[in-house]
Design a protein around this ligand. Structure first.
Ligand code: GLU
Length: 439
């Protein structure tokens, strides 16, 4: 029987989430939710020097803001006893061996391999150390780091994104799983957790492909089922130059400050790298409908903040006023419905609202004309007012077209551009309009 689908998002709490890892979270979440599977959040905090609780808390609140909920939570720093057991098993099975080279010695080895035109693969010299040599190193004060012994042969998997994927173990270095100071490295802890937490699908960036090759052997060595893998090409900015500073460092904090809806980020990232346009959905759960991880191509997806902003506009316009009212102080549902098409981003809302309710600075170039127009302002205040009024002003002054409309718009809004005057005018108090027309 196949196992229920279960994915994990496994950030290292060594910094804030950025567009790249938010995308990994989005893709995993969509993959799980579209198939009734589970999404697990795991803090990969084995790097105790760089991981902080503050970053972990930040990740939790960012995911909440994004609307990506999780069914289970784990923290690697709570699970050291499991890694101890895995270590003991691998040692007993002859798959984990102590090495005493210093970083400098290893660098020297690599250099000489490269000079001889050889791939810089660890030479397994430590496997030949006698007990006396090891004791001598220990007596010198050296502590071993531990490497996983790969088994020569093909490593193959069917990648959800890349298709058939192939490595040959003899071209890979035996990975270090435990550091000199006894701390476990992610390569091991991740596999132990993925087995124990029943992760069926591992979806992550393409930068992990070589990790996957060695981890496939680790799953086998630890007696776990090898999960399905999917590796997404890493995103770049529109120029294809890696992530620009603006995009690469864009954090949830920044999105909030820029008035970007979580839905715009999630919808944009779910579609990025597929041939599909992002969906304009009003709920994150709706984005998972019909989601298919097979839609991602292998080409490098180019992310663009302008595209996010355009999508944001469409989403802002589609959302119920109640859901966004807190970002639109002074507005009500009726006003919003009438004028929202003139508001692309929340930051513009205040100026538009000012045209209705605030103290506009009227721009009046021809005071005689405006004074005459003011005397013709209709009493009836509705959708037809603008037409009735401008017809009357045209009749009285002989002005038409731009000469007629622009001075009135400038006097009433202080701006050369803005909402349709026919829509805007009846939303402003008549007395206020008269005030603005008064020279
Ligand atoms: N903590 C790892 C990272 O942030 C997780 C990689 C994985 O998904 O296995 O890169």
């Amino acid at each position: 029987m196949s196992r229920p689908l279960r994915v994990r998002f496994a950030p290292s709490p060594t910094g804030k989430l950025h567009l790249g890892n938010i995308r990994t979270a989005v893709v995993n979440w969509m993959h799980a939710r579209s198939q009734g599977g589970q999404f697990l959040l795991r803090m990969d905090d084995t790097d105790t020097e760089r991981s902080t609780q503050e970053y972990a808390d930040g990740i939790v609140s960012d995911l909440k803001w994004l609307g990506l909920d999780w069914d289970d939570f784990a923290r690697q720093s709570d699970r050291t006893d499991r890694y101890d057991l895995a270590r003991d098993k691998l040692i007993a099975d002859g798959r984990l061996y102590p090495c005493y080279e210093t970083a400098d010695e290893l660098a020297l080895k690599r250099k000489s391999q490269l000079q001889r035109g050889k791939p810089p693969i660890y030479d397994r010299a430590a496997l030949d150390l006698s007990d006396e040599q090891k004791a001598a190193y220990e007596a010198e004060g050296r502590r071993p780091h531990w490497r996983f012994k790969l088994v020569d042969g093909d490593i193959d998997w069917e990648d959800l994104v890349r298709g058939p994927s192939h490595f040959e173990a003899q071209y890979l270095s035996d990975p270090v799983l435990i550091r000199e100071d006894g701390r476990y490295l992610y390569t091991l802890s991740s596999v132990v957790d993925d087995i124990e937490l029943d992760v069926t699908d591992i979806i992550r960036g393409e930068d992990h492909v070589a990790n996957t090759a060695v981890q496939v052997q680790l799953f086998e060595a630890l007696g776990g089922a090898v999960p399905t893998f999917g590796h997404l090409p890493l995103i770049t900015d529109a120029e294809g130059q890696g992530l620009s500073k603006r995009l690469g460092s864009a954090s949830v904090e920044q999105f909030k400050a820029d008035g970007i809806e979580a839905l715009a980020i999630v919808a944009y990232l779910a579609a990025l790298g597929t041939p599909d346009a992002p969906k304009v959905a009003t709920d994150v759960a709706l984005l998972a409908d019909g989601y298919d991880i097979g839609r991602y191509g292998r080409a490098t997806p180019k992310a663009s903040m302008d595209e996010v902003l355009q999508l944001n506009t469409r989403i802002i316009h589609a959302l119920d006023f109640d859901l966004i009212a807190d970002k639109l102080p002074g507005w009500d549902a009726q006003l919003w419905a009438a004028l929202k098409n003139n508001v692309e981003q929340y930051a513009q809302a205040e100026e538009i609202l000012g045209m209705v309710k605030g103290g506009v600075r009227p721009v009046i170039e021809d005071a005689v004309f405006i004074a005459e127009a003011a005397t013709l302002l209709p009493e009836a205040w509705d959708q037809d007012t603008w037409k009735t009024w401008t017809d009357a002003v045209k009749e009285a002054t002989g002005r038409k077209g731009k000469n007629l409309f622009m001075p009135l718009r400038l006097a009433i809004t202080g701006q050369a551009r803005g909402p349709e005057m026919a829509t805007l005018l009846p939303l402003i108090d008549r007395a206020r309009v008269l005030q603005r027309l008064a020279v």
